[in-house]
Design a protein around this ligand. Structure first.
Ligand code: UD1
Ligand code: CA
Length: 468
C-alpha cells in the first residue's frame, strides 16, 4: 500500500441524508449559515485543500442539491453520485466505489452537515494520517455535551477500538465525552473489504460508516485519531437550534478576528451578524443591528449601521458611512454617505464623495464622484456623471411595460434634475443641463439646456372661493 506524502487524495462528502430533524422541505445541507448554505461552506474548506477530486453523495431532494452545486461549483473538480434509498453513511460511501477504479490513495470522507469546518483542520487531519502512515484516521472532539454523537471507544492502550452510535451505547459508553466528528481519512483500497462487509445490525438498521473503525482495529490495521482543537468547528447540524448555534459560533469567530486582528469596532456583537468572508479595514465601526453577509470588503474609518444589511459581493472604500440601509452586489467608493433608508440593489458602481440619501433606490447604475441623490428617488439602469444633483423625488422611468424592456438613462456632469421630475428612458441629459421641477422628460436634453415639461402655472388674481 502506498501512503507517502505524495499519495493522491480525494474527498467524499456525504450529503444524501434526509435531515429529518430539520423538519423542512429543503435538504439539510442547503440551509444557510450566515448567508451561505452548509454545503457551500464545507466545499469552501475542501477547496482550501487543493486535492484532485471531490465526490458529493446526494439523495434526499437530490435535484435541489444538484442545482445548488452546479450553479455554485467548487474550485475542486467534482462529481455527484446518487444514493437511493439512503441506507446510512456506510452505504453512502459505497456509492463511489464503482467510480474509484484503480485509485490508490487517501479518501478524506466527511459528513456534509458541519458548516464551520476549516480547510486547516482538514489539512491537519490529512498530514497526521500521512505521517503516521495509518489506514484509518479519525477526527474526534472532546465535548461537554455529547448529545447524540457517536462515542469514541479506546482500549487500555488508548488506541481507538470502535465508534458506538448514541442509540447503540451502553449506559457506561453514554458517559464518554470524546465524540466522532464523522470526518475521517481512509486508505483506499485497504478499507475496501471493510466497506463491503458492513452490516445493518443496529438500532437504526443502517449501514454505519463508523463500523469500519472497529473492523480496521480487529484486523490489526493502523488506526489513529486527531482531536479537533475546537469542537465547535466540527459540530454537525441536525436541528434548527443547532443551525442557529452554528451561526452564532461562526459570527463569534468573525467578530473576534475583526476586533483583534483587524482593529474593527463591533459595538454589539450579539446583534451583529458578520460572515467569515468579510474583510473590514482598521478603525471602521459596525453599529448594532447589522447583517453583513457575502464576499464583503469594507475599507477603513467607515461607519456601518445601525441596522444595515449588506449582502453578496460588495466593496466599500474608506471613510464611507452606510446608515440603516440595504446594499447588495455593488461597489461604493471613498467618503460616500449612504442612507438612512437607502437601497442599493444589484450592480451599482458608486464613485467617491457620492451622497445617496433617504428613501433612494439605486439599481444597475453608475454614479460618478461628487454627485448627490439625496432624497426620495429611484435611479435604475442609469449612468450619472460627476457633480450632478438629482433632486428630491426624481424618478427614472426605466421600464417599458409594453415591450417589457428596461432602457438606459445617461446623465452628464454638472447636470441637475428638479424635484418630482420623471426621466422616461431611454434618455440622455447633457452636461450642465437642467430639468425643471415637475417635468416629465421624454426627449433628450442637450448640454446646457433647460428642459421644462409641465403645465404652466396660471395665477387668477383677486380670486375668492365662491360662497355657498
Ligand atoms: C453521524 C455519525 C456519528 C457522528 C455524527 C457527527 C454515523 C453512523 N454516525 O451521525 O457517529 O457522531 O455524524 O456529526 O455515521 N448521509 C448520507 N446518506 C445516508 C445517511 C446520511 O449521505 O444514508 C449523510 C447526511 O446527509 C449527513 C451525514 O451523512 O451529511 C451524517 O448523517 P446524519 O444522519 O446527520 O448522522 P448523525 O446521526 O449526525
Ligand atoms: Ca449529523
Amino acid at each position: 500500500m502506498t501512503n507517502s506524502p505524495t499519495s493522491k487524495t480525494r474527498v467524499v462528502l456525504l450529503a444524501a441524508g434526509h435531515g429529518k430533524r430539520m423538519k423542512s422541505s429543503k435538504p439539510k445541507v442547503l440551509h444557510e449559515v450566515l448567508g451561505r448554505p452548509i454545503l457551500g461552506r464545507i466545499l469552501q474548506a475542501v477547496d482550501a485543500l487543493r486535492i484532485e477530486h471531490v465526490y458529493i453523495i446526494i439523495g434526499h431532494e437530490a435535484g435541489q442539491v444538484k442545482e445548488y452545486v452546479e450553479s455554485n461549483p467548487p474550485a475542486t473538480t467534482f462529481s455527484l453520485h446518487r444514493q437511493s434509498p439512503q441506507l446510512g453513511t456506510g452505504h453512502a460511501l459505497q456509492q463511489v466505489v464503482p467510480d474509484l477504479g484503480d485509485f490508490h490513495g487517501t479518501l478524506l470522507v466527511s459528513v456534509a452537515d458541519a458548516p464551520l469546518l476549516s480547510g486547516a483542520t482538514l489539512s491537519n487531519l490529512l498530514s497526521n494520517h500521512r505521517q503516521q502512515q495509518s489506514v484509518v484516521t479519525l477526527l474526534t472532539a472532546d465535548v461537554e455535551d455529547a448529545k447524540n454523537y457517536g462515542r469514541i471507544v479506546r482500549d487500555e492502550k488508548q488506541q481507538v477500538s470502535a465508534i458506538v452510535e448514541d442509540k447503540d451505547c451502553t449506559a457506561v459508553q453514554k458517559t464518554i465525552r470524546e465524540i466522532n466528528t464523522a470526518i475521517y481519512c481512509f486508505e483506499w483500497p485497504a478499507i475496501a473489504d471493510g466497506l463491503k462487509a458492513l452490516k445493518n445490525e443496529n438500532v437504526q438498521k443502517e449501514y454505519y460508516l463508523t463500523d469500519i473503525v472497529g473492523w480496521a482495529y480487529e484486523g490489526k490495521m493502523k488506526t489513529g485519531a486527531v482531536i479537533a482543537h475546537d469542537w465547535r468547528e466540527t459540530a454537525g447540524i441536525n436541528s434548527r437550534i443547532e443551525l442557529s448555534e452554528a451561526s452564532k459560533s461562526l459570527r463569534d469567530i468573525a467578530v473576534r478576528r475583526l476586533s483583534l486582528d483587524c482593529g474593527v469596532t463591533v459595538v454589539d456583537p450579539e446583534s451583529t451578524w458578520i460572515g467569515p468572508d468579510a474583510k473590514i479595514g482598521q478603525d471602521t465601526t459596525i453599529l448594532p443591528g447589522c447583517v453583513l453577509f457575502g464576499d464583503l470588503e469594507i475599507g477603513s474609518h467607515c461607519t456601518i449601521g445601525p441596522n444595515t444589511f449588506i449582502n453578496g459581493r460588495v466593496t466599500v472604500g474608506d471613510r464611507t458611512s452606510i446608515i440603516q440601509s440595504n446594499v447588495s452586489n455593488s461597489i461604493i467608493g471613498n467618503d460616500c454617505r449612504i442612507g438612512p433608508f437607502a437601497h442599493l440593489r444589484d450592480n451599482n458602481n458608486i464613485s467617491n464623495n457620492v451622497r445617496i440619501g433617504n428613501f433612494v433606490e439605486i439599481k444597475q447604475s453608475a454614479i460618478a464622484e461628487k454627485t448627490n441623490v439625496s432624497h426620495l428617488s429611484y435611479v435604475g439602469d442609469a449612468n450619472i456623471g460627476s457633480r450632478s444633483n438629482i433632486g428630491a423625488g426624481t424618478i427614472i422611468a426605466n421600464y417599458d411595460h409594453t415591450t417589457k424592456r428596461k432602457a438606459r438613462t445617461v446623465i452628464g456632469d454638472n447636470a441637475s434634475t428638479g424635484s418630482n421630475s420623471v426621466l422616461v428612458a431611454p434618455i440622455m441629459i447633457g452636461d450642465g443641463a437642467v430639468v425643471a421641477a415637475g417635468t416629465v422628460a421624454t426627449k433628450n436634453v442637450p448640454a446646457g439646456a433647460l428642459a421644462v415639461g409641465r403645465v404652466r402655472q396660471e395665477n387668477k388674481e383677486g380670486w375668492n372661493r365662491p360662497k355657498d
